[in-house]
Design a protein around this ligand. Structure first.
Ligand code: 3PG
Length: 207
């Protein structure tokens, strides 16, 4: 399996979530589901990220759990072994993309330039993460890419908020956006699951 088009249709927002304490993993995932968001991209940015991934995959069947911040082939392997149902990378190299495409889960590779979009498209993928969306040019940049390359659907991520998400979602080549605003660090570490549910409700209502 390779293309992540179906992943982009699960929710108008893919929450990009970093969890330091694996005990927080399941409550965070359940709070998102409670708010109507049935997808989570768990970043591999903490030592215990794989343990958190495993817990969500095993204990929260209602959510599609993916691994983000995949930088190396080994991380991709570890994430799939831990139960990742899709993989997200902030960017790609030939080595990383080749490797991820051999795995049995959808792959959402990060791109930021037209050349990168074409290189990933050449491999048969039409769903891509546009990262870092804000600094790389925002909605205007994606609108411009859409004219010559209408076949690609993007999940822009990076610097997006509840307020700016509609500008992206209005574009014909944007299926969903990604963002960390649904799970603020203070809410996760303060175990304020109700706040996460409220933020998820706001995100789910975007479409
Ligand atoms: C990512 O990995 O996709 C970004 O760190 C998320 O960006 P944000 O924190 O600006 O939403």
């Amino acid at each position: 399996m390779a293309d992540a088009t179906s992943v982009l249709h699960v929710s108008p927002v893919i929450p990009v979530v970093t969890i330091a304490d694996p005990q927080h993993a399941v409550p965070v995932a359940r709070a998102l589901v409670e708010g109507g968001v049935r997808i989570i991209e768990l970043t591999l940015r903490t030592d215990s990220a794989l343990e958190s991934l495993k817990r969500i995959a095993n204990e929260v069947p209602d959510i599609l759990v993916g691994a983000g911040t995949i930088l190396t082939p080994a991380q991709a392997d570890d994430a799939v072994s831990a139960g990742a149902q899709f993989l997200v990378s902030p960017g790609v190299t030939v080595t990383l993309l080749d490797h991820m495409l051999q795995l049995e889960v959808p792959v959402l590779p990060g791109v930021a330039t037209v050349g990168e979009v074409l290189a990933v498209l050449e491999r048969g993928l039409t769903a891509m993460k546009f990262f870092p969306a804000g600094p790389a040019g925002g909605p205007d940049y994606l609108a411009a890419i859409g004219a010559p390359i209408p076949a690609v659907q993007f999940c822009p991520t990076g610097g997006i908020s509840l307020a700016s998400a509609p500008d992206y979602l209005a574009l014909p080549n944007v299926t969903c956006v990604g963002g960390s605003w649904l799970t603020p660090r203070a809410a996760v570490e303060g175990e304020d699951w109700a706040q996460i549910t409220r933020l998820a409700q706001g995100a789910a209502a975007l479409r």
